[in-house]
Write a protein that binds this ligand. Structure first.
Ligand SMILES: Cc1ncc(COP(=O)(O)O)c(C=O)c1O
Length: 393
């Protein structure tokens, strides 16, 4: 046996997206690329903004001496300063490079945060539906996740949240805009979450961190304003990346931002920098740090996603699917017309449409559609989506 029983079990539990991806490849070989509509992956087909290529050209024509060397584990000072400036503009708070650690994507950032905070046996509270990797990330660092189910609107059930916090709770992890539901947390939700955290800190005499995983922060629609966590809880940390807002997921670039008002901030940031190093990341990729230093005020064209959302939402509701209109990110999470979301996803697959069952996100009874695809793929999927639901009407 080559691998541990634990990892074998994890691979079985956490492989929905990969499974659909692989089945998609097999289907495409069988029926032809243009006849299979893969809406299973959150891998944007959009290219990075033009300015990214301008910066890339500039640096390749005028390389900076030493730019590929090791650097301080927190990242390049000028990049961290640029990120701090961008965040200060966005939040109205005063960030400096001292509160920023550059990471290998949001996934790297979350692992660094969890490694730094968790003692063995401690927990993070997470909210379903959630990004499937959270459980594995917590396990990487000797911890675990406690899952709070949502109300009908995909917002946390606050009563269950309250009772989920115990003396072992080290953090609460939120994700807004949410993968897979596309829901964006409003002030009311965030303030309620933080009120409960404070109440529980007093009850247990503990310190609980609010960690916000926000790679989709800049992808929000309908002129919504993003509500930042910092004003609600001093012990708060953002983990994010440019995987989605600059369409650079393969470049593995993200950052951690610690609330400037966080108590014991110096020790916390030193811990984060140490873990960035000892997890083997050492530092975030150098070349891409140089580039994003000049791109903090740039985002992909969010209207492209908004148009895709409007189109698909209208089509799906007309077909009879029940779903909440996403406010951000590039996913939809319709209700499965039958209880068994895996069976329904299989039936969609038979009609050449690939989606991910909701149980892959801790919420059976739904399925996730990713619409960061070409319009032709979205349009092509409609026939299969309609045919599959029509059986149940
Ligand atoms: C909610 C959420 N968090 C984290 C990540 C990881 O992002 P990154 O590619 O920046 O590591 C993703 C990627 O899809 C995501 O959807």
């Amino acid at each position: 046996m080559a691998i541990s029983n634990k990892i074998r079990g994890f691979m079985e539990k956490g492989s929905w997206i990969r499974k659909m991806f692989e089945e998609g490849i097999a289907l495409k070989q069988q029926y032809g690329e243009e006849n299979v509509f893969d809406l299973s992956l959150g891998n944007p087909v959009m290219n990075p903004p033009e300015r990214f290529y301008t910066e890339l050209k500039k640096i390749s024509e005028n390389p900076i001496n030493g730019m590929h060397r090791y650097m301080p584990n927190a990242g390049l000072t000028e990049t961290r300063s640029a990120v701090a400036k961008g965040l200060s503009n966005e939040t109205g708070l005063s960030f400096t490079s001292n509160e920023i650690v550059m990471t290998c994507g949001a996934g790297g950032a979350l692992n660094v945060v969890m490694k730094t905070l968790l003692d063995p046996g401690e927990e993070f509270v997470i909210f379903a539906p959630f990004f499937v990797e959270y459980n594995f990330y917590a396990d990487n660092h000797g911890g675990s996740c406690k899952v709070v189910p949502p109300d009908e609107d995909f917002l946390p059930n606050m009563e269950i949240f309250r009772s989920s916090i115990n003396s072992n709770t080290k953090g609460v992890l939120i994700n807004s805009p949410n993968n897979p539901s596309g829901i964006v947390y409003a002030d009311k939700t965030l303030s309620e979450i933080c009120r409960i955290i404070k109440e529980k800190e007093v009850e247990f005499g503990t310190e609980i961190y609010l960690v916000s995983d926000e790679p989709y922060r800049k992808i929000i629609f309908d002129n919504l304003e993003y509500t930042h966590i910092f004003k609600y809880h001093d012990r708060s940390i953002v983990a994010t990346s440019h995987s989605k807002d600059l369409a650079l997921p393969g470049e593995r670039i993200g950052y951690i931002a610690v609330n400037p008002s966080c108590p014991d901030i110096e020790e916390l940031v030193n811990g984060l920098v140490f873990c960035n190093r000892t997890l083997g990341f050492v530092n975030a990729p150098a070349l891409i740090q140089h580039l994003i230093t000049h791109l903090q005020d740039t985002t992909i064209d969010v209207r492209v996603y908004e148009k895709k959302r409007d189109y698909l939402y209208k089509e799906l509701t007309n077909m009879g699917y029940s779903l909440i209109k996403p406010q951000g990110a590039f996913y939809m999470f319709p209700k499965s017309p039958i209880k068994d979301d895996v069976q329904f996803s299989e039936e969609l697959k038979e009609n050449k449409v690939l989606v991910v069952p909701g149980r892959g996100f801790g919420l059976p009874g739904y399925f996730r559609i990713s619409y960061c695809m070409e319009d032709a793929t979205i349009q092509g999927s409609l026939e299969g989506l309609e045919k599959t639901i029509s059986k149940y009407q």
